[in-house]
Design a protein around this ligand. Structure first.
Ligand code: NAD
Ligand code: IPM
Ligand code: MN
Length: 358
């Protein structure tokens, strides 16, 4: 089969990690007889430099017409002072909205070989850590109005970000979480801040109502502050963690560290159609950009998610995941997951090792 993939390398380490992931897809193509046709497009800071704006209509059209989108990361200090509506990160939000990608699936699974890279004591981790964060992606405070106004009480200018959640938005993401739980350990923890926020009260009521459609799945509600604590206190209690856009962003970075590094966590952003956007959960890592030391595994595993979710190629997805597992079992480490004194591979060396194991 032929698959058209729009590729957004983006900024910082984006080009370094995406190049490795593209070579992995090519290797899969050779082995399984598929052709992956890549069309590279600009978004984020590099698009600001080239076009004056972070996301052009052309990029949106190419992504809409592709079978899927592979994205590295956008943003960096160079663009930190551009007006907020034109920041690189707006490209990501614009693409998520334009493509209707309301569900962000972020599996956080600790490879046994990486137990030493996990900062949590072995007796707390127990048998391991294997959860999936199901994050709503096109609502919440991210997509409310952002503005400034003069405060009424003489405290000067104030920044305002409207936080919204509609019943419909919560219903559709909740169903995704319950469906995922059905093929996992049948437990959903819905995380909100219903003791304070009206959006969270709509969230909790709606999730509770949708849960009735899935009587075989256990539902637990948890406040986000407690969830942040529980994730490091007893991570084994979680399976599917269903939450909103902002809380999901924060909790998935926290969960990633339990697996050893943020450089390990892939994600799938999906909607009603088969087309998705696949990207690591981390950012452009400006502190290590250009050094060739970034961990490409999150991006490579995002390709596995693309093959499985968008193209239905589960044997091919398994082949990538198994190769990553074997590379780690063989002691291959990039700097972020290496033990003290252990030799670290470069980004491209790690990519090559994984490809050789496919
Ligand atoms: P970050 O995720 O880029 O980096 C946080 C830390 O993790 C850094 O120390 C970095 O070196 C490390 N890290 C991240 N990915 C790594 C990898 N693959 N291998 C090894 N180490 C890795 O977060 P930040 O520093 O808060 O943000 C930097 C820029 O990225 C900002 O402009 C931010 O807005 C943007 N960002 C973009 C995305 C995205 O495009 N999806 C996601 C998050 C942040
Ligand atoms: C992510 C990022 C983005 C988010 C930013 C860059 C807009 O942190 O994909 O996790 O907050 O969703
Ligand atoms: Mn994030």
């Amino acid at each position: 089969m032929n698959y058209n993939i729009a590729v957004i390398k983006g900024d910082g380490i984006g080009p370094e990690i995406v190049s490795e992931a593209m070579l992995v897809l090519e290797k899969i193509g050779e082995k399984f007889g598929h052709t992956f046709k890549f069309q590279e497009v600009l978004a984020g800071g590099c698009s600001i430099d080239a076009n004056g704006i972070p996301l052009t209509d052309e990029t949106i059209e190419i992504c809409k017409n592709a079978d899927s989108v592979l994205l590295g990361a956008v943003g960096g200090p160079k663009w930190d002072n551009v007006p907020s509506a034109k920041r690189p990160e707006k490209a990501l939000l614009g693409l998520r909205a334009a493509l209707g990608l309301f569900a962000n699936i972020r599996p956080a699974m600790m490879y046994k070989a990486l137990a030493d890279a996990c900062p949590i004591k072995k007796e707390i981790i127990g048998d391991g850590f294997d959860i999936v964060v199901c994050r709503e992606l096109t609502g919440d405070v991210y997509f409310g109005n952002h503005y400034r106004k003069e405060s009424d009480c003489g405290w000067g200018e104030m920044g305002c970000d409207d936080m919204n959640y509609s019943v419909y938005e919560v219903e559709r993401i909740a169903r995704r979480a319950f469906e995922m739980a059905r093929v996992r350990s049948k437990k959903v923890t819905s995380v909100d801040k219903a003791n304070v926020l009206e959006t969270s009260r709509v969230w909790r009521e709606t999730v509770t109502r949708i849960a009735a459609e899935y009587p075989d799945v256990e539902l637990q509600h948890m406040y986000v502050d407690n969830a942040a604590m529980q994730l490091v206190h007893s991570p084994g209690q979680f399976d599917v963690l269903l939450t909103g856009n902002l809380f999901g962003d924060i909790l998935s970075d926290e969960a990633s560290m339990i697996t050893g590094s943020i450089g390990m966590l892939p994600s799938a952003s999906i909607g009603e159609t088969g087309r998705g956007m696949y990207e690591p959960i981390h950012g452009s890592a400006p502190d290590i950009a250009g050094k060739g030391i970034a961990n490409p595994i999150a991006t490579i595993l995002s390709c596995a998610m693309m093959l499985r979710y968008s193209f239905g190629l589960s044997a091919e997805a398994d082949a990538i995941e198994q190769a990553v597992g074997k590379a780690l079992d063989n002691g291959c480490r990039t700097a972020d997951i290496a033990s003290p004194g252990q030799t670290a591979l470069s980004t491209s060396e790690m990519g090559q090792v994984i490809r050789d194991l496919i």
